[in-house]
Design a protein around this ligand. Structure first.
Ligand SMILES: [Zn+2]
Length: 301
């Protein structure tokens, strides 16, 4: 009983904070779906805009459904930025209703740079943020969009974007060098779902997800058995959890490897479709990529 009252009060406080800031802040209001996009806007437009993402840490964008407060925020937004390529599958309808104010940032990439995914409803793989060179073009696309909408600040936006993109180029090279430091026979990244295909292609590492491109399907026993056999045969030392996917599948995989007389350790938890807590290093795009790469390199060395 007491607990319910507490939760109710907290909800009221949160609700009050949210609506107050909405009334007092008259800056251009950007609502993004993921935190990666929020971080991009933050780096490009800083204090010029108010930006909020509707999905927080640990939230799976494939399965996310809009809440009443999300609908309200999207209605109030001057610009809605979403990933697109069907990442936010269950928001497709609401985003299409807001089409005149909504911008699919990953869809600025030309089709020949995208990975075709026939098993994903004939769409392209939406996880473009893990090839930093693709993300650079997404960031640039967001900068162009924001400049159009905020012509008075266009110079500043372009300058911020070019500073940030310079940092991203450095990050791209660093990731490549770090991943090449893993011995070739152990350069295999096995995670809960197929979020790292672009990462694998860009940084020369074999990538395998226990689930497909989306987390909507269940992990089958056959998937676990095939992957366990692969791990025993190749003696891959570690596999990885993802913060936005329940650990069940990866735990079953470790059991499967043990049952076959092999052994594999848990290399840690990677940020795949969601970033870390706001205010932490892993709550930024650059920090998240660095954290993932350090975790992968340490576990596979
Ligand atoms: Zn995903």
């Amino acid at each position: 009983m007491k607990k319910n009252v507490l939760i109710f009060s907290l909800t009221l406080i949160l609700f009050a904070c949210g609506s107050d800031s909405g009334q007092q802040d008259d800056r251009f209001y950007v609502v993004t779906t993921t935190m990666m996009l929020e971080d991009a806007v933050q780096n490009i437009a800083g204090d010029l805009v108010r930006v909020e993402s509707i999905m927080g840490p640990g939230v799976d964008p494939h399965l996310y459904r809009a809440t009443p407060s999300d609908f309200r925020r999207m209605e109030q937004a001057d610009l809605i930025i979403y990933n697109g390529l069907m990442l936010e599958a269950r928001l497709a309808q609401v985003l299409s209703q807001q089409s005149e104010r909504a911008f699919a940032a990953a869809e600025v990439l030309s089709n020949d740079r995208l990975i075709e995914a026939f098993e994903f409803g004939g769409n392209y793989d939406p996880h473009v943020w893990f090839d930093v060179s693709l993300w650079i073009d997404v960031v640039d696309g967001i900068a162009v969009k924001l400049s159009e909408r905020l012509p008075d600040y266009s110079e500043q936006i372009k300058e911020n974007a070019s500073d940030y993109i310079r940092e991203l180029h450095e990050l791209h090279e660093w990731v490549y060098d770090e991943i090449q430091s893993i011995p070739e026979n152990r350069r295999v990244l096995i995670t809960a779902h197929d979020a790292f295909q672009y990462f694998g292609l860009a940084y020369n590492i074999d990538v395998r997800g226990l689930q497909g491109l989306s987390t909507q399907s269940e992990v089958g026993l056959r998937d676990i058995s095939n992957m366990a056999g692969f791990i025993v045969d190749t003696q891959i030392p570690a596999i990885f959890l993802e913060t936005s996917v329940p650990p069940r599948g990866i735990q079953s995989l470790i059991n499967g490897v043990n049952q076959r007389g092999g052994s594999v350790s848990l290399g840690g938890e990677l940020y795949s479709d969601a970033m870390g807590e706001r205010g932490t290093t892993e709550g930024t795009y650059i920090g998240m990529v660095q954290f993932n790469v350090n975790t992968i390199v340490e576990a596979l060395q």
